[in-house]
Design a protein around this ligand. Structure first.
Ligand code: CA
Length: 400
């Protein structure tokens, strides 16, 4: 317990301390904060009183300065906040806002957005659905983490409505139509937020992951399967993916996941040295997700067992010398460990619609549907570390 009376099993307990950006009705200026139980600590106000050496790192309407400050500052600030919560002397000094009064904002400026495809369960199931009778995994899949560059400008904060996208689709008879997507889907993913930039021409090795990556957020990578299916050959995903990608408002520092680190699965083929993590520290993460559709739990995928680790994704995306910028976001790809992280899998491409407890069925999302993805990971001594949630509601396509 702390003097704030945060139960140790609270998802935002003393072991979590995620960072975000918030405003209040009384003070509409977006500012940085850290979640502690049912409270948000107003960080600029707190460091002004208690730790002015961090004033620059927590300044501004986003986490950008903190991300750029680097791992030494990340560790020092986290230790400082831990001190505040452990000692009652700070009770009168800490500027606290009830979490219920905090309006959460986009936490950081997204530089580049990359989306991977790192779940063997997801890639295998999609291969079976889309290429029946063939080898489900493509020949490259176990040699490198497949990814593509997404659209950074449409990464949006949890709670923002998702406008149903329109686009060209091919009907089963071969004719091509234009209209609102009929196969709007979700993808439950983890996102990794880059803090420290890297130098153009210099790959980032597996061992430097913690120096460059600040933390983790939840991602719902909304996908229009019908638009994607017609457009993606031969250059890959485009309008079927670029209309919206939602992120959770709280970014959990990597340090909060130290008890969630687990070994990656056994490697089926030998890896190139830049990806070979056999002798590296455990790179997997035991994060458990829950997907709710209109309040009903429809799936509980697990990040444990993801074939490619976040450190391998980072090493791969820089191995050609591509540099990192503060605010780069790379997502894991749909997490389907033990339970699918998308409707295309849950409904087998619409052939077996889900039946919800209210009696309705879903192959894909209807207008008005709300999807909430939440997650937690093991913390110290049996505690849980929450990642919060990412939420979005589908609204109808505008008439064109
Ligand atoms: Ca994705």
């Amino acid at each position: 317990m702390t003097w704030l009376d945060i139960p140790t099993d609270h998802p935002f307990g003393p072991g979590a301390l995620p960072y975000g950006v918030f405003s209040t009705a009384a003070d509409p200026h977006p500012r940085t904060g850290v979640a502690a139980g049912t409270w948000v600590i107003d960080l600029p106000a707190a460091v002004r009183r208690l730790a002015p050496q961090f004033a620059g790192a927590v300044a501004g309407p986003s986490l950008d300065a903190l991300l750029a400050a680097g791992p030494d500052v990340w560790a020092a600030l986290r230790a400082e906040i831990g001190t505040w919560l452990a000692d009652e002397v700070y009770r009168e000094l800490l500027p606290l806002v009830p979490a219920t009064e905090a309006v959460m904002r986009m936490p950081f400026t997204v530089a580049d957005y990359v989306d991977f495809y790192a779940s063997e369960d997801h890639a295998t199931t999609l291969g079976r659905i889309l290429r029946p009778g063939q080898e489900p995994l493509t020949p490259n899949w176990k040699h490198l983490p497949i990814g593509y560059h997404g659209r950074a400008g449409t990464v949006i904060c949890s709670g923002t409505d998702i406008t149903r996208p329109s686009g060209q689709q091919r009907r089963p008879d071969g004719s091509v139509i234009f209209g609102p997507s009929q196969r709007l889907d979700i993808e439950a993913e983890l996102g990794f937020v880059v803090g420290t930039p890297s130098t153009l021409g210099q790959p980032v090795p597996l061992t430097d992951f913690d120096r460059h990556v600040f933390g983790v957020c939840l991602v719902n990578d909304w996908s229009a399967r019908d638009i994607q299916a017609f457009e993606y050959v031969p250059l890959g995903p485009f309008l079927g993916k670029s209309f919206a990608t939602s992120v959770s408002p709280w970014v959990l520092p990597l340090a909060a996941l130290e008890h969630a680190r687990i070994p990656a699965p056994e490697r089926a083929v030998p890896l190139q040295p830049y990806l070979d993590d056999e002798k590296a520290a455990p790179g997997g993460l035991d994060v458990r997700l829950e997907i709710r559709l209109n309040g009903h739990v429809i799936s509980e995928p697990r990040f444990a067992g993801m074939y490619w680790t976040p450190a391998q994704m980072l090493a791969h995306l820089t191995v050609n010398g591509a540099s990192l910028r503060t605010g780069d976001l790379f997502a894991s790809g749909t997490i389907s460990g033990g339970s699918p992280g998308s409707l295309i899998e849950l409904s087998w491409n619409g052939q077996n619609p889900l039946r919800l407890p209210d009696g309705s069925t879903r192959a894909f999302l209807h207008d008005g549907d709300e999807v909430v993805i939440s997650a937690y990971a093991p913390g110290a001594a049996g505690t849980r570390i929450g990642l919060g949630e990412v939420r979005g509601r589908v609204v109808p396509a505008p008439s064109l």
